[in-house]
Design a protein around this ligand. Structure first.
Ligand code: ATP
Ligand code: MG
Ligand code: MG
Ligand code: MG
Length: 472
């Protein structure tokens, strides 16, 4: 079946609605009342209050398509076929209601029934936790062949304390042509990943309480939490070699081609990585800003800044020297309109923020890049393998290069960067800022109030946030 991404998302929600689930809207990417998380990174992250029992849901069965950001995957983007910074996680949840048997038989029905996904059962492989004989039994009961059920020791979801349990992951066999993608193309797949078996769905059976003493006690009320990557599912439906050749990304890529005046997607591997990174990051920053986050030097804001600057550097590689990311914002809004109408409504506002961030970085970019290239050349010439922390700090402080960008850029040239040295410089700068502030305070309450009012908001914010982070 050739379905659009909107139809596929809706099909998942409709299926679980038919099974008695309430369809809940995608929550904000900015976590509410949860200081442990920088971004919502999964469907279940929005359900904590139900799973820990502090709030009782109206209906213990819920389903959603949850926008999620995973910063740990930033460097995978464009290099694997399947990772994004922003992606949507389809999920169904049972809060102390149905458990393993239903979760498994419904998963199978959704994936293989001609009325729903209608996928070929031969292409599906289920992994289970070796000791979880129930899961294996329920899969077999649906009709999955024993040699398509694979035992894997890693299939246990545990964050150290609290609810935990075995999980079962579903892989889709994309066929032999994907077999040696990594081996044949080490440059694009440096992780050596095999892209043939694509992980599409993770079903977690949370049935134990991992106690502080390190034991696993059965939970009186067992929960189901699942996560299916929409972009991956769409790539299967639309028969795309990677998530990027789908209706979720192609319009962004085509707009980037048009702006680049001459570069074409699919002609050159290096350029393709840049197209993919730009399309991915354009989505992430658009959604993050739409949910109220703003570029800055700390926390969430720093992630946005880093993504914008990383996208700009890839834009340079495609010859995009003027602002361009702002023009991708409305395209993202249009693609996602059916499920996320707020993004298109906010598009003008988002584009303005992105534009000013681009202008700001562009002002120093060329100077920064030529300095970076000089430093790399000098380091190599001296026969050294590591760029100094002082140099990395100068690039950060004077030219706005996030440390990770310097590291990536230097990495492309075969160099490491001295991270402890960089941290030392950062700490010295924070100490200077703090001293300047406490000197000002000592001049008396009245005056300090005045000074605080006059202090540029950026400066106050910076100091305040580092204090919150607890490293003062
Ligand atoms: P992978 O092994 O491919 O990195 P994961 O095991 O880290 O995935 P889970 O934490 O199990 O992923 O999340 C549930 C589902 O969400 C995955 O099966 C996948 O379909 C999707 N997913 C996870 N991370 C990403 C990502 N960075 N981009 C797109 N989809 C993702
Ligand atoms: Mg992962
Ligand atoms: Mg995995
Ligand atoms: Mg997984």
């Amino acid at each position: 079946k050739k379905l659009s991404s909107s139809e596929i998302r809706q099909m998942y929600l409709d299926f679980f609605h038919e099974k008695g689930h309430t369809i809940v809207p995608s929550a904000s990417l900015v976590p509410v009342d949860d200081p442990t998380l920088l971004w919502i990174n999964s469907g279940v992250a929005t359900m904590k209050k139900y799973f820990d029992g502090s709030v009782v849901p109206d209906n213990p069965r819920m389903t959603s398509s949850q926008k999620s950001i995973r910063t740990n995957d930033i460097e995978n983007v464009g290099r694997t076929a399947r990772h994004h910074t922003l992606f949507e996680m389809l999920g169904n949840f049972s809060v102390g209601d149905y458990f393993k048997k239903e979760a498994i038989s419904w998963a199978w029905e959704l994936l293989t029934s001609p009325k729903w996904f209608g996928w070929d059962p031969e292409k599906l492989y289920m992994t289970v936790y070796p000791k979880d004989t129930d899961a294996a039994k329920f899969w077999e009961a649906t009709g999955v062949k024993p040699d398509h059920i694979i035992k894997i020791e890693d299939n246990f979801w545990d964050i150290g304390q609290g609810p935990s349990g075995p999980d079962s992951e579903i892989f889709y066999d994309r066929g032999e042509s994907f077999n040696n993608l990594a081996a044949d193309d080490p440059e694009n797949y440096p992780g050596g990943e095999n892209e043939r078996y694509l992980e599409v769905w993770n079903i977690v059976f949370s049935q134990f309480n991992h106690t502080p003493e390190g034991t696993y006690e059965p939970l009186p009320r067992k929960n189901i939490d699942t996560g299916m990557g929409l972009e991956r599912v769409v790539s299967i439906f639309q028969n795309a070699p990677t998530n990027f050749e789908t209706d979720l990304f192609l319009p962004i890529i085509h707009k980037t081609e048009a702006l680049s005046a001459g570069k074409v997607y699919g002609k050159n591997k290096q350029d393709d990585v840049s197209f993919k990174v730009i399309a991915d990051h354009a989505r992430a920053i658009t959604f993050a800003i739409s949910d109220g986050a703003l570029p800055s030097n700390e926390g969430r804001g720093y992630v946005i800044r880093r993504l914008i600057r990383r996208a700009i550097l890839h834009g340079q590689k495609l010859g995009l020297t003027d602002t361009f990311l702002d023009q991708l914002v409305p395209i993202v809004g249009e693609i996602m309109q059916s499920h996320y109408p707020a993004v298109l409504k906010n598009a003008d506002y988002i584009a303005k923020i992105v534009h000013s961030e681009e202008v700001r970085f562009n002002e120093t970019l060329n100077d920064g890049l030529s300095l970076l290239n000089q430093l790399i050349a000098a380091t190599k010439k001296a026969g050294e393998e590591t760029l100094s922390g002082v140099d990395a700090f100068k690039l950060y402080d004077t030219y706005g290069f996030p440390f990770e960008l310097t590291k990536e850029y230097a990495g492309d040239e075969g160099l490491k960067v001295d991270e402890p040295g960089f941290e030392l410089e950062m700490k010295a700068q924070r100490d200077r800022a703090r001293n300047a502030r406490s000197n000002a305070k000592s001049m008396g309450v009245q005056r300090s109030l005045l000074i605080e009012l006059k202090t540029p908001s950026e400066y106050v914010g910076y100091d305040h946030l580092t204090a919150v982070k607890g490293d003062l």
